[in-house]
Design a protein around this ligand. Structure first.
Ligand SMILES: Cc1cc2nc3c(=O)[nH]c(=O)nc-3n(C[C@H](O)[C@H](O)[C@H](O)COP(=O)(O)OP(=O)(O)OC[C@H]3O[C@@H](n4cnc5c(N)ncnc54)[C@H](O)[C@@H]3O)c2cc1C
Length: 420
């Protein structure tokens, strides 16, 4: 039992046990560093999401333990292997891009789709109780920065008691509505860099690619938003739509209605839903996009995943970036403890790690996102790309491994793609 009359003191507290927080915890445990992990939910819990896990998840899992890829993804009946992505252009043309690069050596699917209810819980089951004090059903209500520590005011949602936890460092993994990033003034919701998303589960959707490609459709009636259909195990599908918050407000879009309208009327997809049935509700949630640089650390706090606005602005993918952040945050936290240095300058090494690795890709995705404002240009690019092997190969690399993206930095690639 916790004695909650005195503040609980520890070196490191992680707030939020989604992919970012669970990953940070697993890495801290691998460094034999004791820490507290807090989540307001009780796992297994749902998270509104497209449920697609890109190949970028694999290197993080591999670094933790090479066996995890088999255990969590390949041999897991709650995971469906996916071998590519299909882009649907506004004119109905499609571009199929396999995930696997030609020289890839992996012998399993590079991407997976798994309900977050299952995937997040399978990460939670890997937490190591020897090092991780996991407090579920515990909501952080307030965060206060002191001279020598950060104090979290926590509500025990079962007993309704509140208590404080003071820490040398907080790793903030508390998602899109992060309470921890309130200490970062430049993290206010920016409607030009934030997306609204809705998601529903369906059974009986027909016409998937034989290799379970995930599908991103840029439907004419939904631009500049996008519509997705991702195949799941047991004949289920995750279906949803996303749009920039600024556009939702300015055009007064009801995303749920727009999604249902497309399912009923769009000529490219309506037949596939003829016998489909919705299972459960259509739910919505926000996507903080990584399309502008922000401060990611300071005030003895390191921001990760959605709390750091790390979602890819084009694909809406955020799980792998969240896990990458969690891994890097744990490494920087270890170094901070070892050198007893929690100064802003020291922690800013984390910002550099993250942006060195992800910024070029996020910038490119931001450019692609803007393409959705110009349907004819989008059609042109899909037309060109469907005939261009260089382009398809490079996109495959993007999904295959974070290390293979160097080609995207070269202007010659874009020149070849458009005019080659
Ligand atoms: C509609 C939609 C579709 C998406 N589709 C995809 C997709 O297909 N693929 C993909 O990769 N990404 C997708 N994303 C993005 C992805 O869901 C997020 O990027 C990812 O969940 C981020 O992980 P995280 O660990 O940072 O945060 P989360 O997964 O949101 O976890 C945050 C955790 O913090 C806890 N928490 C929050 N506040 C508190 C508090 N005050 N006290 C204690 N605990 C707290 C929550 O209970 C939660 O468990 C989608 C997002 C949306 C909205």
């Amino acid at each position: 039992m916790l004695n909650k009359t005195e503040p609980l003191k520890n070196n490191i507290t992680i707030v939020g046990a989604g992919p970012a927080g669970a990953t940070a915890s697993m890495f801290l445990s691998s460094f034999r560093i004791k820490h507290t992990l807090i989540d307001k939910a009780v796992f297994p819990r749902d998270k509104i999401c497209g449920d697609a896990l890109s190949g970028k998840v694999l290197p993080v899992l591999k670094k933790l333990n090479p066996d995890l890829i088999q255990q969590l993804l390949v041999q897991n009946e709650n995971c469906l292997g996916s071998n590519g992505i299909l882009f649907g252009a506004p004119n109905g043309k499609t571009l199929e891009v396999p995930f696997k690069a030609v020289n890839s050596t992996i012998n399993h699917s590079p991407g997976y789709v798994s309900k977050r209810m299952d995937f997040d819980y399978s990460l939670i089951k890997l937490l190591n109780p020897e090092y991780c004090n996991f407090l579920q059903n515990s909501e952080v209500k307030k965060i206060t920065k002191g001279e020598e520590d950060v104090t979290l005011n926590v509500l025990d949602l079962q007993s309704k008691e509140t208590y404080n936890i003071s820490s040398s460092l907080v790793i903030a993994c508390d998602g899109a509505h992060s309470i921890c990033n309130k200490l970062f003034p430049d993290h206010k919701l920016d409607a030009g860099h934030y997306c609204g998303g809705v998601r529903a589960y369906y059974s009986g959707v027909k016409g998937f690619h034989r290799e379970n490609f995930i599908e991103l459709h840029f439907l004419k009636e939904m631009l500049p938003g996008y519509f997705w259909i991702f195949p799941l195990p047991n004949g289920m599908a995750n279906v949803g739509a996303g749009m920039l918050t600024r556009t939702i407000s300015s055009k007064k879009v009801n995303l749920k209605e727009a999604m249902l309208f497309a399912i009923k009327n769009n000529p490219s997809i309506k037949d596939r839903f003829h016998d489909a049935k919705i299972v459960g509700n259509i739910d919505g949630w926000g996507l903080p996009l990584g399309s502008k640089k922000r401060k990611l650390s300071g005030n003895r706090i390191i921001l990760c995943g959605d709390a750091a606005s790390m979602i890819d602005p084009f694909s809406g993918e955020g799980i792998s970036n969240a896990m990458y952040c969690g891994m890097r945050a744990a490494e920087v936290a270890r170094d901070a403890i070892n050198s007893s240095n929690y100064a802003n300058d020291f922690l800013s090494g984390y910002d550099q790690f993250i942006y060195n690795r992800l910024w070029n890709e996020l910038k490119l995705s931001h450019t692609l996102q803007k393409l959705c404002n110009y349907p004819s240009l989008f059609n042109f690019v899909v037309n060109k790309a469907s005939k261009n092997e260089t382009f398809r190969q490079t996109i495959s690399c993007m999904f295959d491994d974070i290390d293979l993206r160097e080609r995207l930095r070269k202007p010659s690639f874009y020149f070849k793609m458009l005019f080659g």
